[in-house]
Write a protein that binds this ligand. Structure first.
Ligand SMILES: CC(C)(COP(=O)(O)OP(=O)(O)OC[C@H]1O[C@@H](n2cnc3c(N)ncnc32)[C@H](O)[C@@H]1OP(=O)(O)O)[C@@H](O)C(=O)NCCC(=O)NCCS
Length: 354
């Protein structure tokens, strides 16, 4: 059986060949797949970053062609017990052990970096019959069987929802008016791409608590460590990836940053928009700020993007407040985004499993 090889993303040919296998496997059977585009991922893996490390690995078939591809992500400033591999194998060579070869490499890298928690994301389409009656339920897939065989267990479930844009201006106006009665005293402020200097520290602080405030199920996760430098680094990387952000925040009467929401549109992902974090910090909840933030941000986006776009968002099923806001806007479920996890006892770090 073949062994894995490290892929050097600085070689355009090597990266492109790796990406073709990875992308086909990630998109397989998924009508609503939103795998990072070639250029977005290329920028992300080429960047030397103090915040995260990304490694690319591949395995070849007997003919010397790439059979499987893996990307490993390692947070470097927080959550430093975690390693996140994503493995994909060419559809015509599955069940021949190529996925397992890459899984063993992930286990080796975990040992190398001293990581004790393996987390892997898996996107599973919601079958039509489930959509009608049991929207939380997803079909059984090869990915689930594979992760189970590698000792991982499901730890968190999110629902991937979509919404067709543009939304009617009158509809947004009605929602904005409905929310406005409840959030007098709070101001909404919007910008594109670059956070104004006056908010940069407070915005980084909001990002730090986001990972803990959004429901995470059984996932082992600690607060992320954000500061102004990290926020600027992410903004710069997004622009290098051709991604443009529309951000709206809400400011309380005392000047505190009370919440935020982000929509991104990528030059390399035409027709799509992404709803990233939305957060209202705990002391400011109950004023319909979640709805107000999103409605304002959609209006801002639509001022420059009036063409049809499909916006994608992910939320925990238990996140009732956010799901209620999304339902009002008209989002509908299309996939379950599952996060699987395995804890490795430090003594067992050298193991033949993920
Ligand atoms: C999941 C995936 C990577 C597996 O790759 P693979 O090369 O076929 O995996 P392996 O041959 O090493 O399988 C290892 C074990 O996983 C389990 N497994 C894998 N695919 C399975 C399937 N379709 N049905 C049942 N069990 C399966 C089995 O226990 C298998 O051992 P066995 O063949 O001896 O019974 C591949 O199906 C794929 O690319 N799927 C799309 C992307 C994806 O879902 N990735 C997982 C997220 S990390």
């Amino acid at each position: 059986m073949s062994t894995s090889e490290r892929v050097d993303p600085r070689s355009a040919a090597a990266f492109d060949a790796w990406y073709d296998v990875y992308r086909a496997a990630m998109d397989d059977g998924r009508e609503y797949a939103v795998t990072w585009t070639r250029e977005e991922l290329r920028v992300a893996v080429l960047e030397e970053s103090p915040y995260w490390t990304k490694e690319l690995w591949a395995v070849r078939d007997d003919a010397g062609e790439l059979a499987g591809a893996m990307v490993i992500e390692l947070p470097m400033k927080d959550n430093t017990t975690v390693i996140s591999p994503r493995i994909g194998v060419r559809a015509d060579v599955r069940r021949r052990g190529y996925g397992s070869v890459l899984a063993r490499t992930a286990a080796d890298r975990a040992a190398q970096y001293g990581r004790t928690v393996v987390q892997s994301q898996l996107d599973v389409p919601l079958a039509a019959e489930h959509l009608a009656e049991r929207p939380g339920e997803a079909a059984a897939t090869a990915g689930q069987a594979f992760l189970e065989a590698n000792g991982l267990e499901p730890a968190n479930f999110e629902v991937h929802r979509i919404l067709e844009l543009p939304l009617a201006e009158a509809f947004l106006e009605t929602l904005a008016a409905e929310a406005a009665e409840h959030h007098q005293g709070y101001q909404l402020v919007s910008w594109q791409d670059r956070c104004p200097d006056e908010f940069v520290d407070a915005y980084a602080a909001l990002q730090s608590i986001f990972a803990l405030e959004a429901p995470q199920g059984e996932l082992e996760k600690e607060a992320e460590s954000w500061d102004a430098a990290r926020l600027r680094a992410v903004e710069e990387q997004s622009l290098a990836q051709g991604r443009h952000g529309w951000i709206t925040v809400t400011v309380a009467a005392d000047g505190t940053l009370a919440g935020n929401t982000e929509l991104y549109v990528g030059e390399h992902a035409p027709g799509k928009a992404f709803q990233w974090s939305t957060l209202v910090s705990p002391p400011h909840r109950g004023h319909r700020l979640g709805l107000a933030l999103k409605v304002r941000n959609h209006r801002e986006l639509q001022r420059s993007h009036s063409e049809p776009l499909v916006v994608h968002t992910w939320n925990g099923e238990q996140n009732t407040a956010m799901n209620a806001v999304n339902a009002k806007l008209g989002f509908r479920p299309v996939e379950q985004s599952q996060e699987w996890q395995r804890r490795i006892a430090p003594a067992a770090l050298i193991s033949d499993r993920l």
